[in-house]
Design a protein. Structure first.
Length: 581
């Protein structure tokens, strides 16, 4: 028996005997669950067995779950951090060399913190290749929670975590991505959630301060997406609502090994592959689903460890890896680019695209530098049975820069049956995330906000067609689109002083690692007068059934939807603990 288990049983016995202040055996739906009372509301509470909260309390220091076979039922109680506080509201974790299973967190309202909830394996960054899942997580359920206002990611599934079900939650106003599936995680379910208004803080349009080449600068960016699938595989993302997220809905990519000196670095070994995105509704915004979202991005600011295949001046581009993903039976309403496909063997099937103007696009297939520099166009796309009712756009399915071995069948538009035809590349930013940059004012404060308009493809003329239009195009191979724009990002679009060099936001000092409790080897102390302390709460264990290398990439740019958020402090950057990559 491990020391942790011995401790859990010891404290459980004391708690059930009624000898621990603040912990009682008040009636609950689960008779084995222990009440964490209001006198513990200011403590960081570590749970090793099932517990429930008093809905009349506001808990200000959060919770940690470190054992299997338990449920935390907040019963509608609020877990709220002090303004600007770091840490994780509800942290589920165990050592990477131990299994963690059958954990449920439900009915919680979590406000603030750096991350609202996070599932992680302590020491996962040091796991040897091939041994990542010798031990692991399974049957972890986050259900019917409402999380909002985190400075970083809302719900964070960390590296090499598997078997997490994120069900029927509201994730709103996270400063970074609403939900983040970290590199190496796999076989998770994200279903029935509302993912709203996230991503305006990290690299967002509110402005952030940085420095480069001795210059004190501010930059404004596109922000982050609703769900980041960063080198995570075999996940199902289904029946969710996406609305108002800064960069877009779901981005699939592989981290390029960014910020190796940040203290948060680990080797990224897996692509964002074999994921299924189905039955979701995407409302508004610039991007719905973007496959290989960093394939053509200028990742120079990210200090990537992956080798570049384009490197000249202030441009550095590495390969992205997001193959074999399925996007089916989703609805896209007033989304500028419904689905963007920049990697291979993607299936786009049975989706509905609605729009009130001709500048909305259903599907764009193709990528720039990989095609033109390496001669590797996007290949193996299956585009079938999609329906577009975008007004005044008879040809909403377009390819750019070439595609190969495409299966294009039974797609329709307002003009009837239609087929993939040449389009115009989506404009990109000079650097990943960056829309514009300018020198700070003499006191370091933010200068006037520049024009943050992100160029778009706009409406295009219809494609030449036969009469009647073709209904099937298979195994099409092309190498050059009929209309193209410059594919080399240039820093000239940034608003800098005439004498300055191009702006490249650099990484900041690494943030702290996720804090671990310092008193897990002691029993619950008596209530103290301090505003925050750490305590351990346990009850009799109970079983709760779970709810029903090649190079890579970096962050993605080219997206902004929704309003301008407040100016973000300098720590809202990748490379800091709790933010995304």
């Amino acid at each position: 028996m491990t020391p942790r288990r011995r401790l859990g049983l010891l404290v459980a016995a004391v708690a059930l005997a009624g000898a621990v202040p603040g912990v009682g055996s008040a009636a609950s739906a689960d008779p084995a669950s222990t009440l964490v009372g209001c006198d513990r509301a200011a403590d960081r509470v570590v749970l090793t067995a099932s517990a429930h909260l008093d809905p009349s309390c506001t808990y200000t220091a959060g919770f940690e779950i470190t054992a299997s076979h338990l449920t935390l039922d907040c019963a509608g109680a609020t877990v709220r951090s002090a303004p600007g506080a770091a840490g994780v509201g509800i942290l589920i974790h165990a050592p990477a060399d131990e299994d963690l299973t059958d954990v449920t967190v439900r009915n919680c309202t979590v406000e603030g913190f750096l991350n609202s909830m996070r599932v992680t394996r302590d020491g996962f960054r040091d796991l040897a290749a091939g041994a990542e899942f010798d031990h692991g997580t399974s049957a972890i359920t986050l259900a019917a929670n409402r999380v909002s206002g985190s400075r970083g990611v809302g719900l964070y599934v960390d590296g090499y975590v598997a078997g997490v079900s994120i069900l029927d939650n509201v994730v709103q106003g996270a400063g970074s991505s609403g939900i983040y599936l970290e590199g190496g995680s796999r076989r998770n379910l994200v279903q029935g959630n509302q993912i709203l208004d996230n991503g305006f803080r990290e690299n967002g349009p509110g402005g952030q301060r940085t420095s480069f080449g001795g210059l004190d600068l501010w930059f404004w960016g596109v922000g982050r997406e609703g769900i980041s699938v960063d080198g995570s595989s075999e996940n199902r993302i289904a029946d969710n609502l996406f609305r108002g997220n800064s960069a877009g809905g779901v981005f699939l990519y592989k981290n390029c090994g960014e910020y190796p000196s940040s203290g948060r670095y680990f080797e990224r070994r897996t692509p964002a592959a074999d994921n299924t995105i189905e039955g979701n509704r995407f409302e508004g915004g610039r991007n719905g689903v973007w496959v290989g979202s960093r394939m053509s991005e200028n990742t120079l600011p990210m200090d990537c460890t992956d080798p570049a295949y384009v490197q000249t001046g202030f441009v550095r581009i590495v390969l992205d890896h997001a193959p074999r993903n399925v996007i089916r039976a989703n609805t896209f309403v007033e989304v500028t680019y419904g689905v963007r496909v920049e990697d291979d063997d993607t299936t786009v099937a049975g989706n509905a695209f609605e729009g009130s103007a001709a500048d909305r696009w259903a599907v764009i297939v193709g990528t720039t530098e990989r095609t033109t520099v390496l001669g590797q166009p996007v290949t193996g796309t299956v585009l079938t049975a999609n329906r577009s009712t975008i007004v005044d756009n008879p040809d909403p399915y377009r390819w750019v820069f070439g595609h190969a071995a495409t299966n294009d069948t039974d797609n329709t538009s307002v003009a009837g049956p239609t087929a993939l035809c040449p389009g115009v590349p989506v404009p990109r930013q000079p650097f990943i995330f960056v829309i514009a940059a300018a020198a700070a004012l003499p006191d370091g404060s933010m200068p006037p906000t520049p024009d943050l308009t992100v160029p778009e493809v706009g409406a295009l003329a219809p494609c030449p067609r036969t009469d009647p239009p073709p209904t099937t195009t298979t195994s099409t191979t092309t190498t050059t689109s009929t209309t193209s724009t410059s594919t080399t990002p240039t820093p000239s679009t940034t608003a800098l002083p005439a004498s300055s060099s191009p702006v490249v936001p650099g990484p900041l000092d690494p943030g702290p690692a996720i804090p671990t409790p310092t008193t897990t080897s002691v029993t619950v102390p008596a209530p103290s007068t301090s505003t925050t302390s750490t305590s351990t709460v346990s009850a009799a264990p109970t079983t709760i059934p779970p709810g029903s290398a090649p190079p890579t990439t970096v962050a993605s740019a080219g997206t902004m939807a929704g309003g301008i958020g407040p100016a973000a402090p300098a720590d809202a950057r990748p490379g800091r603990a709790g933010y995304t990559g």
